[in-house]
Design a protein around this ligand. Structure first.
Ligand code: PLP
Length: 361
């Protein structure tokens, strides 16, 4: 059977998502489980989104609006761009897959900072492209080394900003200099899944570069908007690139409930403010407790923290799991001494700190 399969696909190791709460409850016989493994919003979705879904539920016999007309209108108004610069995806994941498929033919190169979001490498492999890994420097994406890694075969560069799993950012000036100095023949993907959480003033507004440079900015409703289960994200780029993406986009890739919920969430400023505050407070709490415990961590601009627990991170993950807390050990990211922990509600953060203390003993 394997001989029938495209060899590029056989090279792919499937993405391992954070374990769902129900699975852990079922398998370990636990009553209460907290998931701090996938950087979701612990406050849940906007109540406006829930209301809109309930109202719309009886209309799901119809196919969704394949063009996402109303959502694109709302996004373009919010972001001061035009509808024709937006592509909607079944999660931003789907746009990463589309872009890899479109831009890479066999042997062409995509530069992927390492470690970073695992889907970049998976999608480059699926597309038959060649991954050029560029290590982070001090846990930050190193734009200088990325520039040096460019060859005539480079087609794509992936920059998660903030980066997952480190939570670090590349800064305004660095980005400007970088974009001005790389060839026109490359598409740079700025994956801004955690955009809404960033508080650093040096964070770039990459949309400003959209007209002059070949960039694709990715955002999502999965994180601060709390709609991860519905699968909806979007890309912002030149009209020319949107047109090409539309050639591979399945006609009804974003379901109607996702569109309705995103539309209802988009102007719920209160929910965004609450979610940001929760992360700000949570960060403060976790930083101070980790420092007291003598545990090092990478200061973050996102809603998760990379924490150094020592050589036995897998074991620590497992102990926490048995105590009802799901976190991610970072072996798949080549950081075997680290765990990545999403910032939860204050109660969850307190519980995490308590259980971490026990699990490290
Ligand atoms: C950097 C980054 N990009 C993209 C995604 C995927 O987001 P979505 O749910 O929109 O597919 C994630 C999710 O963890 C992420 O961390």
């Amino acid at each position: 059977m394997r001989s029938l399969v495209n060899p590029d696909i056989l090279r792919v190791r499937p993405y391992e998502p954070g374990k769902p709460v129900e699975e852990v409850k079922r398998e370990l016989g636990l009553k209460r489980v907290i998931k701090l493994a996938s950087n979701e919003n612990p406050l849940g979705p906007s109540p406006e989104a829930v209301r809109a879904i309930k109202e719309f539920a009886s209309k799901i016999n119809f196919y969704p609006d394949g063009g996402g007309y109303y959502l694109k209108k709302a996004l373009s108004k919010k972001l001061f761009i035009e509808d024709k610069n937006i592509i909607l995806g079944n999660g931003s994941d789907e746009i990463i897959a589309m872009v890899s498929r479109i831009f890479l033919t066999r042997g062409e190169e995509a530069i992927v900072p390492t470690p970073s979001f695992l889907m970049y490498k998976i999608d480059v492999k699926i597309s038959g492209g060649k991954i050029i890994s560029v290590p982070l420097k001090n846990f930050r994406i190193d734009l200088k080394s990325i520039k040096e890694a460019i060859t005539p075969r480079t087609k794509l560069i992936f920059i998660a900003n903030p980066n997952n799993p480190t939570g670090t950012i590349v800064k305004k000036d660095e980005v400007r200099e970088f974009l001005e100095s790389i060839p026109e023949s490359i598409l740079t993907v700025f994956d801004e899944a955690y955009y809404e959480y960033v508080e650093n003033e040096e964070y770039p507004q990459t949309l400003e570069f959209m007209k002059e440079r070949n960039i694709l900015v990715l955002r999502t409703f999965s994180k601060i908007y709390g709609l991860a289960g519905l699968r909806i994200g979007y890309g912002i780029t030149k009209e020319e690139i949107v047109d090409i993406l539309n050639r591979v986009r399945p006609p009804f890739n974003v379901n109607s409930l996702a569109q309705i919920a995103a539309l209802a969430s988009i102007n719920d400023d209160y929910q965004i403010k609450r979610s940001r505050e929760l992360v700000r407070e949570g960060k403060k709490f976790l930083y101070s407790h980790l420092r007291k415990m003598g545990i090092s961590f990478v200061p973050t601009e996102a809603n998760f923290i990379l924490i150094k627990v020592g050589e036995n991170a897998k074991e620590v993950e497992n102990r926490l799991l048995h105590r009802g807390i799901i976190v991610r050990e970072m072996t798949p990211y080549n950081l075997p001494e680290y765990i990545r922990v999403s910032i939860g509600t204050m109660e969850q953060n307190e519980e995490f700190v308590r259980e971490l203390q026990v699990s490290l003993r």
